[in-house]
Write a protein that binds this ligand. Structure first.
Ligand code: RET
Length: 218
């Protein structure tokens, strides 16, 4: 994909370069996980804060995934933020909230006791903050900048919201409560990653001409 991108004139390359970086990062992270790296075993009680008394379960936490997300999710956001061309402060806020969401999720996964739910709640707060920036500020900015792009922008943001919301659900049943095994969790995240990176990113690339034509307008 990246190679096609380099054959395009510079002003049409943005989404290709972003998607190449996303897919390359995912490949590195899956390579690490497939070869047994990028994971730690965490002991956590399934029924309370007290590690001494509770039933303790050991579960692998794939921290490589969070390193992957901390690089790829800001890039995915950039795909839509490019359309909105928000002021730098709003773009920086969305990216900050995104990193905070991933890092609080990682800490939550590593914390052994029920305090992990505090980290999870913070992660959800940041995810909602991103959605608000995209749906409220971003949507207004696109409508003002190039109204003909509005419905495309809104559907890509809606797709993002639906796909991203599935991640904390998998987290809650997997890392959070151990209701689903680590193997099933690996499959579910893999499906979501393919949809969010290749499916969603590919949809944006498919519309690259139209998007870059709009950017050159201002
Ligand atoms: C965590 C747990 C803490 C609360 C929330 C989470 C959200 C994660 C998301 C991940 C998205 C990843 C993508 C990867 C694709 O390449 C960290 C699971 C809200 C939204 C889109």
């Amino acid at each position: 994909m990246g190679f096609w991108g380099f054959r395009l004139p510079a002003e049409k390359r943005d989404h290709f370069i972003i998607t190449t970086m996303i897919v390359a990062t995912a490949a590195l992270s899956y390579y690490a996980m497939a070869t047994g790296y990028g994971q730690v075993n965490v002991d956590f009680p399934t029924n309370g804060l007290d590690l001494e008394k509770a039933k303790v379960v050991t579960r692998p936490i794939f921290y490589a995934r969070y390193i992957d997300w901390s690089i790829t999710t800001p890039l995915l956001l950039l795909d839509v933020l490019l359309m909105a061309k928000l002021p730098l402060s709003s773009t920086a806020w969305a990216i900050y909230a995104d990193l905070a969401m991933v890092i609080t999720g990682l800490i939550g996964g590593l914390v052994g006791d029920s305090w992990r739910w505090g980290w999870f709640a913070l992660g959800c707060f940041f995810m909602i903050a991103i959605f608000v920036s995209l749906f409220v500020d971003g949507a207004k900015a696109v409508a003002k900048r190039d109204n003909s792009l509005s419905s495309f922008y809104n559907s890509t943001v809606l797709g993002l919201v639906i796909l991203w919301t599935a991640y904390p659900i998998v987290w809650a049943f997997g890392e959070g409560t151990n209701q689903i095994s680590s193997d099933v969790e690996v499959y579910l995240y893999a499906i979501l990653d393919v949809l969010a990176k290749v499916g969603w990113g590919g949809f944006i690339l498919y519309h690259n001409e139209r998007l870059t034509a709009s950017y050159s307008k201002g």
